[in-house]
Ligand binder design. Structure first.
Ligand SMILES: Cc1ncc(C[n+]2csc(CCOP(=O)(O)OP(=O)(O)O)c2C)c(N)n1
Length: 301
């Protein structure tokens, strides 16, 4: 599939925007300005952006405790998100939800839900609604790898499969559920094979490659929108930060983190765009410059 220059530069812009947002959120947390925890999406940007670029504005997403990136990728306003994280009335949920429960209905975000697996049946319910009302919309629940052994996950995949619901189940395998490596909780390496037991396609992509994620997502979204049922899309990724900001990370070696950091999706895309002469460095540096203006102060502060 040919991804246009504008599309690739937009992918770059959205990923940098998420990275900047998360760095600022970590900073606010460390300065004691955030009540509750912050779970950074740093390292996983290509997954959320690749998927959300394949969606229309009125398609819906449901998230997890780690969903700042999903919301921003779907087009949420960074100022209203910061305001929410800071518990302000001007936030998306009037400051009542905080970092882990941001719902941005204006951009199709049903909400981030911190109880592992709880967003999935909500997205499936939305998809059932679309089908019953004859709407050609798609619902996308984002989940982490720790979710694959929850009842919600299995029941939802089964129900979406038997009713051919327009869902794309996005499973972001960052290899850890808090401190537990997926190897210690699940006895298969390729999680996409689980799709087979529900009679739906299972696709596994490099979650550091935004174009690869986008292409796989376009195919799954078209399938869902065309009435042909759900797909399980596994994006192989890694979180570069701890489970939450300030978490001591005693369960993994520094070398492992540094090895994965070499796959960083943002410099990777920048290098690709420059080397293939799709965009010039100055143009992308300008994107970096624009995004730095994201401010934690938000509207009405
Ligand atoms: C039902 C339930 N059990 C346990 C927890 C505690 N908990 C919070 S995050 C988390 C791990 C989540 O891992 P994963 O789903 O892989 O997402 P990631 O944090 O890697 O993005 C757990 C077990 C929870 N929130 N909900």
């Amino acid at each position: 599939m040919k991804v246009s220059k504008n599309m690739q530069v937009e992918m770059y812009r959205r990923m940098v925007r998420i990275r900047e947002f998360e760095l600022a959120a970590i900073d606010l947390f460390k300065r004691g300005q955030v009540k509750g925890a912050v779970h950074p999406y740093i390292g996983q940007e290509a997954s959320g952006v690749g998927v959300c670029m394949a969606l229309r504005k009125n398609d819906l997403i449901a998230g997890t405790h780690r969903s700042h990136g999903h919301n921003l990728a779907k087009g949420a306003d960074a100022g209203k998100m910061f305001a929410e994280i800071l518990g302000k009335e001007t936030g998306y949920c009037k400051g009542r939800g905080g970092s882990m429960h941001i719902a941005a209905f204006d951009t199709g975000s049903l909400g981030a839900l911190a109880v592992v697996g709880s967003g999935i049946p909500i997205a499936v319910g939305a998809a059932l609604g679309f089908k019953m009302q004859g709407q050609d919309r798609v619902a996308v629940p984002f989940t982490g790898d720790a979710c694959v052994n929850t009842g919600n996950w299995h029941e939802s995949l089964n129900m979406a499969s038997i009713w051919d619901l327009p869902v794309v189940f996005v499973l972001e395998n960052n290899h850890y559920g808090v401190s537990t490596n997926i190897r210690n909780s699940t006895n298969i390496e390729d999680l996409s094979v689980r799709a087979k037991s529900y009679g739906i396609p299972g696709v596994r992509v490099d979650g550091f490659d935004v174009a690869a994620v986008y292409e796989a997502a376009v195919e799954a979204v078209e399938r869902a929108r065309g009435g042909n049922g759900p797909t399980l899309l596994v994006t192989e990724s890694y979180r570069f930060e701890g489970h939450y900001a300030g978490e001591p990370e005693v369960y993994r070696e520094r070398e492992e983190v540094l090895e994965y950091r070499k796959k960083d999706p943002i410099p990777r895309l920048k290098k690709y765009l420059v080397e293939k002469k799709i965009a010039n460095r100055g143009e992308l540096d300008a994107v970096d410059g624009q995004v730095v203006t994201v401010t934690p102060m938000g509207p009405g502060n």
